[in-house]
Design a protein around this ligand. Structure first.
Ligand code: PNS
Length: 159
């Protein structure tokens, strides 16, 4: 069975992420969504909340596992016995950072390959950060995130 790890901060998951994951499932039998636990990075949602929201979105889907990790991604890949990392690419601006990460991961473990999926054009401009900023300022982001996430954003931002 083929498998890939889809790592990220997912603070919170957006429809762009959902779309990348759905495309990933066209290529792989199983995808593990791995939420980075990074105490140094200020996040709006706790890791537990982020994992919970993703689990809620994909409840009952046997080919999707949702987990969290800390430390190096390559160590997590080894632990899960998966050698493919799945990442989404939006605008050209993503490319340099992604190239750097993919090569660093390959440097750390030469077995690790990164597979990129082009973001659906409907979500080309969508990122967790821009969604949070718009929501914070009272913008309607309900079409850019799963419904449960939109509700959680409202709760979190006290609306
Ligand atoms: O959603 P993001 O914030 O762009 O995801 C970045 C992520 C989590 C994939 C990346 O920061 C990561 O893999 N961090 C784990 C630490 C690590 O392995 N660093 C070395 C390779 S860059």
């Amino acid at each position: 069975m083929s498998a890939a790890i889809y790592p990220g901060s997912f603070d919170p998951i957006t429809n762009g992420h959902v779309s990348i994951l759905r495309s990933g499932l066209v290529c792989f039998d199983r995808v593990i969504v791995a939420v980075l636990e990074n105490p140094k990075k200020q996040s709006l949602f706790t890791v537990e909340e982020r994992v919970e929201m993703i689990r809620a979105e994909f409840a009952g889907e046997q080919n999707i596992e949702v987990d969290s990790f800390d430390g190096l991604l390559v160590d997590y890949c080894r632990k899960k016995n998966v050698n493919v990392v799945l990442r989404g690419l939006r605008a050209v601006a993503d490319f340099e950072y992604e190239l750097q990460m993919a090569n660093m991961n390959r440097h750390l473990n030469k077995k690790i390959e990164t597979v990129f999926i082009m973001a659906n054009d409907a979500y080309f401009y969508v990122s967790s950060n821009i969604v949070k900023e718009a929501a914070r300022l009272g913008g309607d982001v309900s079409k850019l995130v799963p419904a449960s996430v939109a509700a959680r954003l409202e709760d979190k931002l006290g609306r």
